[in-house]
Design a protein around this ligand. Structure first.
Ligand code: FE
Length: 356
């Protein structure tokens, strides 16, 4: 009964607002196929994901209905739908958001020997006490970039250097309230302690070239034009521009240098995209099957390479010239679950430091 109600609700949802890739699905079709269906809420929106999903359907006969939206919109939807939610699997980006969804009880317990064998322990959430878990499926690094004409090579080598008074008026970042920043600042508080991280944050804010605004690509552009000397970006935004056919993108990239931070110290901050079983998944088995599929060799390649990320499964490699140009680098080994948790400290730090 509950399932039928959810299915009907989902059909309504489809008829209504958001979304793509689902044209032609009618309520009767959904009802008939209810055990061969998977409802996926995804914050991913990359062309190559089409092949990823089609492949799963080919292998299992399970059809995927997708709701794609921004991370926050998806979480809001899950909260509103509550136990009537048709969502089976949820895919999100950044540990800060995955952690938030977990503590809000939007996921459910999942013991999967396949996932435990494939995804390294530091890329899985810790049991939150209620057993709910999430798993990383790809990784990205948060790196420093600088304008080659404005900054001396070797003068910015670590996140701590961003607070060096020598960089006064040079540093740009997106808002400290964004999950990418909350995760990085959270990681800093794990390493330096909250007081140490706050001192660092105040130093970074004192070096701002402008008040925080825009996304990572906007920081890259501002560094290329010289408005900012130094900024932070996730690696896939940089790799996307490196691989671009547009001359203006290549020109932009020729003006900047990329630094993998903290190579002489604890290593570069790494974050993830990941997924979990939704709390009220009506098709639990299909959900588990799909999550295990995402940890497979081929799916890992699609997932990672499609967005210029690295696979979470260590034995899988991708040939991505842009990522390879960054070279092999030392990664911060802080468990991804502690980075998520540390955003509580990070939120206090950005408030006190005025990193808005
Ligand atoms: Fe992003």
């Amino acid at each position: 009964m509950a399932r039928a109600r959810r299915t009907a609700l989902f059909a309504l949802t489809l008829a209504g607002t958001l979304l793509a890739g689902t044209a032609g699905i009618s309520a009767p079709a959904l009802a008939q196929a209810q055990d061969k269906v998977l409802n996926l809420y995804s914050a991913r929106h990359y062309q190559t994901d089409e092949a990823l999903y089609a492949n799963f359907t080919r292998q299992t006969g399970i059809k995927i209905n997708r709701i794609e939206a921004g991370d926050e919109a998806l979480l809001e939807r899950l909260r509103t739908e509550g136990r009537n939610s048709p969502a089976d699997v949820v895919l999100l980006v950044d540990a800060a958001r995955l952690w938030k969804a977990q503590v809000e009880g939007l996921f459910q317990p999942l013991r999967s020997p396949v996932l435990e064998a494939r995804i390294p322990a530091h890329l899985r959430s810790k049991d939150d006490g209620k057993g709910s878990e999430w798993f990383a499926f790809s990784t990205r690094a948060r790196v420093i970039l600088y304008n080659k004409a404005a900054i001396k090579p070797g003068s910015v080598k670590s996140y701590e250097d961003l607070a060096n008074p020598a960089l006064k008026g040079q540093v740009c970042t997106r808002s400290g309230t964004h999950p990418y920043m909350l995760s990085l600042i959270g990681a800093m508080s794990e390493h330096l302690g909250e007081a140490g991280a706050e001192k660092w944050a105040r130093g970074v804010v004192a070096n701002f070239a402008r008040s925080p605004r825009g996304g990572d690509t906007d920081q890259i552009k501002a560094v290329a034009t010289g408005e900012c000397g130094v900024a932070l970006s996730n690696t896939y935004y940089l790799a996307r521009l490196m691989r671009s056919d547009k001359p203006e993108d290549r020109d932009m990239m020729s003006k900047i240098a990329i630094v993998m931070p903290d190579q002489e110290g604890r290593g570069t901050h790494v974050n993830v995209s990941g997924g979990a079983l939704a709390r009220h998944a009506p098709h639990r088995e299909a959900g588990v099957q799909f999550l295990e599929y995402l940890a497979g060799d081929e799916a890992q390649r699609y997932l990672a390479d499609g967005n210029n990320e690295w696979p979470a499964v260590p034995s899988v490699s991708v040939r991505n010239p842009a990522l390879e140009s960054l070279g092999k680098f030392k990664q911060d080994t802080l468990p991804i679950s502690s980075i998520g948790r540390a955003q509580v400290n990070a939120a206090r730090i950005i408030d006190r430091a005025g990193w808005r």
